[in-house]
Design a protein around this ligand. Structure first.
Ligand SMILES: [Zn+2]
Length: 56
């Protein structure tokens, strides 16, 4: 029973067909439960993206 890998700071994934990297992070924050999350700036459309929010 292997533990699932926990994303630590961010796990952006692609957006607009672009792989968003750590260098695109604008803001890092924690949820009320202490989960680290981040907002990143999409280099393709200049939108601010919360990847984990998009994943829901
Ligand atoms: Zn975009």
């Amino acid at each position: 029973m292997a533990p699932e890998p926990q994303p630590t700071i961010l796990d952006p994934g692609p957006h607009c067909g672009v792989d968003i990297k750590v260098r695109h992070v604008i803001i890092r924050y924690e949820t009320e439960s202490g989960e680290p999350r981040s907002w990143v700036g999409c280099p393709a459309c200049d939108a601010i993206v919360d990847p984990k929010a998009n994943a829901q």
